[in-house]
Design a protein around this ligand. Structure first.
Ligand SMILES: C[S@@+](CC[C@H](N)C(=O)[O-])C[C@H]1O[C@@H](n2cnc3c(N)ncnc32)[C@H](O)[C@@H]1O
Length: 263
């Protein structure tokens, strides 16, 4: 190996290590430090600084970065949710989005709902900065959206009042006892025939991807692994009853979209 190649390898290695260190620091690392402090658990203790600090939000929220984090499946997953919304007649009905997310999912979902004559879209997040940031991506569509700071486990929507609820990669970040609570709330606010559209990680089919994914979760997002088995959202919804559910998996089983229709 000549010296040019050797230096390139070193540079690529250093970039990868510093990127991993950066993400660890603004996600799990910060939670570990937070956990060392004394005091009672607060409602937003599980939320990474990357979702609460506006400078970090703006630094990270670029479509190529976000797509890469989801192994370039982001567009497919969002497109599936958008396609489901586009099949609904939303005239005079309301749609809920339970938590903001990076990338273009919020503008695409709101755009799809508006194209189906939605009455209002309700965008709910625990963190105010996330709502401010989401609004900045919506342009004129923001006029159709009610932004509300609230907890996914204790929502303000009336029972049976929503035609659809989009939950995009929220569950894997919630403490285990809150995962079921968030699903219960989603179920409560759906009208009969209403759809919960949920995108999440899933246990990969191939052992290579499973090993890679397991390592990723153990290091960065340990609350996500339970979705593979003990806190499978599909099983939770089936146990809750009153839903007919379908699950589609993507990229060798690494991701899932659940469509749960309230009976
Ligand atoms: C849905 S996840 C998005 C993760 C995903 N990696 C992405 O951006 O594509 C993160 C969002 O969930 C929000 N959040 C976390 N816990 C919440 C809760 N209990 N209720 C409502 N929003 C919550 C965070 O504030 C953040 O905006």
């Amino acid at each position: 190996m000549n010296s040019w190649m050797a230096s390139s390898v070193v540079v690529v290695f250093l970039v990868l290590v510093s990127t991993a260190l950066f993400f660890f620091t603004v996600t799990r690392g910060a939670l570990i430090l937070r956990g060392l402090g004394a005091g009672e658990r607060g409602a937003s203790d599980h939320v990474y600084p990357i979702y609460s600090d506006m400078r970090l939000i703006k630094m990270v929220d670029f479509q190529p970065i976000i797509s890469a984090i989801l192994l370039f499946q982001y567009d497919r997953l969002v497109s599936r949710i958008v396609a489901e919304l586009q099949q609904l007649d939303l005239g005079g009905r309301d749609v809920l989005i339970t938590s903001c997310a990076f990338g273009n999912v919020i503008p695409r979902v709101v755009g799809a709902a508006v194209s189906r004559q939605v009455r209002r879209v309700h965008l709910v997040d625990l963190i105010r900065n996330e709502l401010v940031h989401a609004r900045s991506k919506l342009g004129d569509l923001a006029g159709k959206v009610d932004f509300r700071q609230a907890d996914a486990t204790a929502m303000h929507q009336a029972d049976g009042s929503m035609a659809a609820n989009v939950m995009f990669f929220l569950l894997h970040e919630l403490p285990h006892d809150l995962k079921g609570e968030a699903l219960k709330e989603a179920a409560r606010s759906l009208e009969p025939g209403g759809k919960l559209l949920l995108a999440e990680f899933h246990r990969p089919d191939s052992w290579v991807l499973r090993a890679f994914s397991w390592t990723y979760f153990k290091v960065f997002e340990p609350l996500g692994l339970a979705l593979w088995d003990s806190h499978d959202p599909l099983r939770y919804l089936q146990d809750l009853g009153g839903f007919s559910c379908t699950r589609s998996t993507y990229f060798f089983g690494n991701f899932q979209v659940i469509v749960a229709t309230r009976q």
